[in-house]
Design a protein around this ligand. Structure first.
Ligand code: NAD
Length: 310
């Protein structure tokens, strides 16, 4: 099959070669020459533009930063350039409203389109072990599934158009809040004189356990190996967590949902990013909570220490 793949950054750069390895002809395009070169070295074909990649394509995959990039690429380069028989899959994490609007335009133009955001970071993108949450019609889901399965370990139909994005932001709102709460629990446990490993052994088997505790522990040297054991490098950047929390808060406002824990998590991650923590794994927020965070020179903002704010 011929697949147009647009957006070959941290995630797309890992995903597109998995489609090529599965035997598809992957025509890649990115505004960044460096990202495009990297994908071509790994088995993809260079396209001159996004529209060029879409010509005669059986499928189109996009992995772009945000809603405005997705809307621009579909309106400017995909609709009209791709054959009507092509299945369109947007795997970016974007706002539900834009996802629904672009999918409605696709349908009007005669295309099948799904939103298919992912869970799992750069390593899962490389390893083909992402989880896809898919929004769209039954027919769109069935058609998309055969491609998404080549890049992931699970492909789940979340519901109609926009439902994949809805599932993604609700999941990540929960993740941001449980990570912040897990960090607070460790900081308090240590202040109360508990050994962090002992607290982990108890809490990971007690009612406070969560994925943030048992699989992604923010405390170095405790539990399975995580970014905490690598100075919080790699993993899921705090800036991306903040992006997802902002999407969740915007959706909560639009729908009138009461999400105070999500709002608190957004505020905490905003402060951490303002202090230069955006590039660190999101579990590094424990360093702001225990007041040991030292931003890299030049990246610290003028915001007061966390203790003075609360
Ligand atoms: P990235 O910034 O590394 O990659 C995005 C790529 O899109 C860049 O290479 C950029 O040049 C390209 N691009 C932007 N506008 C374009 C256009 N008009 N035409 C062609 N290319 C264009 O971002 P990423 O980390 O790969 O994330 C992509 C998406 O996946 C985001 O929506 C993000 O929220 C989501 N996501 C990321 C992670 C992660 O761990 N990085 C995990 C889950 C989901």
């Amino acid at each position: 099959m011929k697949i147009a793949f647009i957006g070959l950054g941290h995630m797309g750069g890992g995903m597109a070669p998995n489609l090529a390895r599965a035997g598809h002809e992957v025509r890649a395009f990115d505004l960044s020459e460096e990202a495009l070169d990297h994908a071509v070295k790994r088995g993809c074909k260079r396209a001159k533009s996004a529209a060029d990649a879409c010509k005669d394509a059986d499928a189109v995959v996009t992995m772009l930063p945000a809603g405005k990039h997705v809307a621009d690429v579909y309106r400017g380069s995909v609709f009209g350039a791709a054959p009507k028989s092509a299945i369109l899959m947007d795997c970016s994490t974007i706002d539900v409203a834009t996802a629904k609007a672009v999918e409605a335009e696709a349908q009007e133009a005669g295309y099948l389109m799904v939103d298919a955001p992912v869970s799992g970071g750069i390593a899962a993108a490389e390893g083909g072990t992402l989880t896809f949450m898919v929004g769209g019609s039954d027919q769109g889901f069935e058609k998309a599934r055969e491609y998404l399965e080549k890049m992931g370990k699970a492909v789940i139909h979340a519901g109609g158009p926009g439902a994949g994005q809805a599932a993604k932001i609700c999941n990540n709102m929960l993740l941001g809040a449980t990570m912040a709460a897990t960090c607070e629990a460790f900081v308090l446990a240590v202040k109360l004189g508990l050994d962090p490993q002992t607290f982990f052994d108890i809490s990971s088997k007690a009612s406070g356990q969560s994925w943030s505790m048992t699989s992604y522990c923010p405390m170095p040297g405790v539990g399975p190996e995580t970014p905490a054991d690598r100075e919080y490098e790699g993993g899921f950047a705090a800036a991306l967590m903040l992006k997802d929390l902002k999407l969740a808060m915007a959706a909560a406002q639009e729908t009138g949902a009461y999400t105070p824990m999500g709002g608190e998590a957004e505020e905490l991650y905003q402060r951490f990013v303002d202090r230069g923590g955006g590039g660190k794994d999101f579990s590094a927020i424990i360093k702001m909570i225990d007041d040991s965070w030292k931003a890299a020179a030049g990246s610290e903002s003028n915001s007061p220490p966390v203790t003075a704010l609360d």
